[in-house]
Design a protein around this ligand. Structure first.
Ligand code: GLA
Length: 737
């Protein structure tokens, strides 16, 4: 039993292998948070942890119980209006305009396993033996509204999944103004908030700041999780590092507008709220209807951020990613985007395909420009049928040639978009999101389809499934290259307009759901101008995501390092592209470009028909090397060692280790070379201390304890006049002997 319920005291103690999450039903009938952290013993009650002191400036629950002062209570799911003045987890407006609710505990239910949500991506335990679920039901004494707080624990990965369901059994029309997925009130504020922020081509850089009184938050109002702020965040003690220390992780299984906020109050407690952004949100909870929030993921460890990342990554691969792809090695692909952009035809692409085949590359991905009459980015989005000028015999014929070589074939779509210059716009201008009273705002010369309309979903499903079947697609890259403006739908009533951002995302999920169910063997890679929708919502459908449009090796070190805190390598698309790099103009060696891209779903994105024979030999070697260690690169335990976000950041290193600790590969990158450098040792992580290892097939052997504690001597990188030693990389392949 890992969820312990003390019926007499109504204390709920959720235990994972290493953590405890405890709360109870309080005097006022609401749930009060008691503790979340390292595992502690089960007790009938925790009087010590729930003791309070009276403060004369606070309101009290009643004259009889002056010590129950809402501003000092750590609650599980707070409302506003009954004396707790911190930002609430939810708010409901009644027909008379009142926003006051009085929730009281009704009953609980314990279930084995964790079922999937109906219309949202969600975590799951399909075998019903890895998880346990507690549903705690409350009733609002004023409106009759019922509220279920759902908690699922996945003990082995120390994960707690939370979500909330609101149901309106009354005849009154209620409106949800706020409906966060999770609230956690921690007893102090001695934490650093670690967030992953950036912009296009510079996604998920790490920012670490001490909490301060007041609200601090990350969020999105772009109807996507966004390049700018990722929904993953951590709270770590100031002394916590990748190797040691207490840290909480928070993420959301959601791809739309989100809010992660931390409010440090007058008593230095911290309230963490995560969920749908309450701005640009409102939901009509009509009589007899329900609203289900997305799921929030919580995790905790005392063993540092590497451990937190590993347990979350393990959890996603077991309980979030489509099981069809959980352990399946991902193919090495070549994508024609940076090789040709829009300038291609079948013959030109076939030269790339043939060359790729000779090099051992396993899949060809045809990117943007194969449909309508799209020779640049101003036209044809929505017209998902082949451009006969480029493919006179259809994509089927081209795909057949790729398949005949024994390679897989994938295709790019940007389903959610529409160009004004398109057949689709001619037929259905009303399908474009716009406000009839306002001038539409273009972005990348394109506009967005109203994914809240069922007929739009049907149209896209029909065209995409036709392409999947006729071209026998193995893979789809689903792109999304602009954010939504003029958020308005003529299909929705005036009081439903604030539902639109969430309804839009539900539409995206619906299309993904239909396609992935109908074509379970098609591998989806999500993309949003690179990493603009790199989130757990899409990971449920698309096990891979294009990490960033920035393919420069040095920039990718930072992006992949930052991304690794919240997401596994098997999710990160990572390609070798040409130099000078198209985004940065920077020149890095093919060796370094490979050594960075290896640590993800590896591929190429350059014109290999224009490369010198020595470079092609090098690519052949890279492909063979990656195939040999692919499983380790994609699914091995990931350790961050030297961070680009700490100190000078000039040296960056990381490592993957196999589950049995018999194999590991570490990479050490140097941005700029410095003369007469200090003597350096490299400290491996995660090896078996009692196991002997060889490095890069040298004759010498070393015990794991020596390599981890005493280190491994790294010779100074000397300039030799042949190649630049800036952006230099070294790989250490470690094998048990
Ligand atoms: C986006 C993607 C790129 C490429 C282009 C095509 O920018 O991130 O990888 O697919 O669109 O237009």
């Amino acid at each position: 039993m890992t969820i312990n319920v003390n019926e007499a005291n109504l204390v709920f103690h959720l235990q994972t292998d290493h953590t405890s999450y405890i709360f109870r039903i309080m005097e006022n009938g609401e749930a009060g948070q008691i503790y979340y952290g390292q595992k502690i013993h089960v007790q009938p009650n925790y009087k010590n942890l729930t003791s309070r002191e009276w403060r004369d400036d606070n309101p009290s629950l009643s004259e009889e119980d002056p010590n129950f002062q809402p501003p000092a209570i750590k609650s599980e799911y707070a409302s506003l209006g009954k004396g707790d003045f911190r930002y609430p987890a939810f708010q409901v407006t009644q027909e008379n305009g009142s926003r006051i609710t009085e929730l009281t505990y009704d009953h609980y239910q314990l279930l084995n396993g964790k079922s999937r949500l109906a219309d949202l991506p969600s975590t799951f335990d399909d075998t019903n033996d890895d998880a346990q679920t507690l549903v705690l039901s409350f009733k609002d004494q004023i409106t009759g509204l019922t509220l279920d707080l759902n908690y699922s624990i996945f003990p082995h990965q120390d994960i707690i999944v939370k979500s909330v369901k609101f149901t309106n059994p009354s005849s009154e029309k209620l409106v949800l103004n706020r409906a966060l997925s999770s609230q956690l009130d921690l007893p102090d504020s001695n934490y650093d908030l670690i967030q992953f922020s950036g912009t296009w081509a510079r996604e998920r850089h790490l920012y670490r700041n001490q909490l301060r009184p007041g609200i601090q938050s990350i969020s999105s109002l772009r109807t996507s999780s966004s390049h700018q702020q990722n929904p993953f965040m951590m709270l770590a003690r100031p002394q916590t590092t990748d190797e040691q220390g207490d840290v909480f992780g928070f993420n959301l299984v959601y791809s739309g507008n989100f809010l992660d906020s931390v409010e440090v109050d007058q008593y230095d407690t911290s309230r963490i709220l995560t969920g749908i952004n309450p701005d640009e949100f409102g939901w009509n909870l009509a009589p007899q209807t329900s609203f289900q929030t997305p799921e929030a993921i919580l995790s905790y460890t005392t063993e540092g951020m590497n451990q937190l990342s590993q347990q979350m990554a393990d959890f996603y691969s077991q309980h979030l990613v489509n099981p069809r792809f959980t352990h399946e090695d991902r193919p090495i692909l070549i994508n024609n985007w940076e090789a040709t952009y829009f300038d291609f035809n079948e013959a030109k692409l076939m030269t790339i395909v043939n060359q790729a085949h000779q090099l051992g590359i396993e899949m060809f991905v045809l990117d943007d420009g194969w449909f309508g009459h799209r020779d640049d980015d101003t036209t044809s989005l929505g017209d998902w049928f082949v451009d006969k000028k480029k493919f006179p015999n259809g994509i089927e014929h081209f795909s057949q040639q790729v398949h005949d070589l024994g390679m897989k074939f994938g295709l790019w779509f940007e389903p959610e978009m529409i160009s004004i210059d398109s057949d689709l716009y001619q037929k259905h201008p009303e399908w474009m999101i716009h406000d009839p009273k306002s001038t539409p705002t273009p972005g990348r010369h394109q506009f967005v389809l109203d994914m809240t309309r069922p007929e739009v979903i049907d149209y896209l499903y029909d065209l995409m499934s036709h392409m999947i079947e006729s071209a026998n697609l193995d893979y789809i890259k689903w792109d999304m290259n602009r954010h939504i403006t003029e958020m308005f739908s003529s299909e929705l009533t005036s009081d439903q307009q604030l539902e639109m951002p969430h309804r839009y995302i539900l539409g995206v999920y619906q299309l993904y759901d239909r396609l992935t169910k109908a074509y379970p063997n098609v591998l989806f890679e999500s993309c949003a101008s690179g990493g603009g929708r790199f989130d757990l919502g899409l990971m449920y459908y698309a096990p891979q995501a294009w990490t960033s449009d920035d393919t420069d090796a040095a920039e990718r070190m930072l992006i992949q390092f930052g991304t690794s805190y919240g997401y596994p390598q098997s999710m990160m698309g990572a390609h070798v592209s040409a130099v000078p790099n198209d985004q940065m103009g920077r020149i890095t060696s093919l060796k370094t470009r490979g050594a960075v891209a290896f640590f993800g779903d590896f591929g190429y994105e350059l014109d290999i028909t224009k490369m010198a024979p020595e470079e092609l030999d090098q690519i052949k070697d890279q492909v063979a090397f990656y195939k040999q260690y692919r499983h380790l690169f994609q699914f091995g335990k990931f350790y961050r060692i030297d961070s680009p976000f700490v100190g000078s950041g000039n040296v960056i290193s990381w490592q993957v280790v196999s589950d049995d600790r018999k194999q590991a590969i570490a990479a050490r990158y140097q941005l700029l070379n410095h003369p007469n450098a200090p003597y350096t040792r490299f400290y491996f992580k995660g090896l078996d201390p009692n196991q002997q290892y060889q490095i890069n097939d040298d004759a010498e052997t070393y015990y794991g304890d020596e390599l981890m504690n005493a280190g491994y001597f790294v010779p100074t990188i000397l300039a030799d006049g042949k190649e630049s030693k800036d952006f230099y990389s070294q790989l250490f392949v470690v094998k048990a002997v």
